[in-house]
Design a protein around this ligand. Structure first.
Ligand code: KIV
Length: 267
């Protein structure tokens, strides 16, 4: 595929026309090449690599140096996709200065945008990053770095109060200058409402078809991850002759609004 490098401007244009955005996690150069060539717009160097590649049971042990290493690997393999790198646990929790320093390390490693988890307390950092020319993606709902506080991998925003807090946090992130928000494990109806009310795209994972785009963990959608699949995951290798075809199928199913299917993949 011969396409121009994705820019924030181009992503905003796609969002404005209502085209669904496609994101997949990516942790190395070969997959970066494959995903980029298959037309995935956004490669997420997610801290899920702590579980997928490093064998931990949460992303908490993954360090900033490890995230920068994998961001460098992805950047070397990528040609035209937009690269988002996760700020890992603890790398932005202390002060705005610490967060800006951590974000700078990921941008120097080749990221085009950083992603950070949480709302409310993250707003001053989001503002500081955007003022310094660092694009930011927020992450609300099930925020894996808080998995122990949240009591496990469970759907968020079920009560009226929790839903209202999620909506407020999303608005505050957008006002602070975040250019995109990942919504993870949020009821489909709530994610749809948040998306309709926001001036920026939402990227859903386990958050239904009403989001502006979708993301999955690459190893889940390729059915490499052992054990029981989460309800929101679809095995794109089923019926596909190879990885390239599976990724292309993911892109076309998301673009056509056929994945996710709220009857099968959402709460
Ligand atoms: O780290 C990650 O892979 C993520 C996605 C699940 C959105 O944050």
């Amino acid at each position: 595929m011969d396409r121009k490098p994705l820019t924030l401007h181009r992503l905003r244009e796609l969002y404005a026309t209502g085209e669904k955005l496609t994101m997949l996690t990516c942790y190395d150069a070969v997959f970066a090449q494959v995903l980029d060539a298959a037309g995935v717009e956004i490669l997420l160097v997610g801290d899920s690599l702590g579980m997928v590649l490093q064998g931990h049971d949460s992303p908490l042990p993954t360090t900033l140096e490890e995230m920068a290493y994998h961001t460098r690997c992805v950047a070397r393999g990528n040609r035209s996709a937009w690269i988002v790198a996760d700020m890992p646990f603890g790398s932005y929790y202390e002060t705005v200065e610490q967060g800006v320093r951590s974000a700078a390390a990921l941008m120097q490693a080749g990221a085009h945008m950083i992603k950070l988890e949480g709302g409310g307390w993250t707003v001053p950092l989001v503002r500081a990053l955007v003022e310094r020319g660092i694009p930011v993606c927020g992450h609300l709902g099930l925020t894996p770095q808080s998995v122990h506080a949240l009591g496990g991998w469970r759907v968020q925003g079920r009560s009226d109060e929790a839903a209202a807090t999620l909506k407020r946090h999303a608005q505050e992130l957008a006002q602070a200058g975040a250019a995109m928000i990942v919504l993870e494990l949020v009821p489909a109806a709530l994610a749809r409402e948040i998306t309709a009310e926001l001036p920026i795209p939402t990227i859903g994972i386990g958050a239904g078809a009403g989001c502006s785009g979708q993301v999955l963990v690459l190893h889940d959608m390729l059915d490499i991850t052992p054990g029981k699949k989460a309800r929101f995951v679809r095995n794109f290798m089923e019926g596909a002759p190879g990885i390239d075809a599976a990724v292309r199928s993911y892109v076309s199913e998301v673009k056509a609004g056929r994945f996710p299917d709220d009857r099968l993949h959402s709460r």
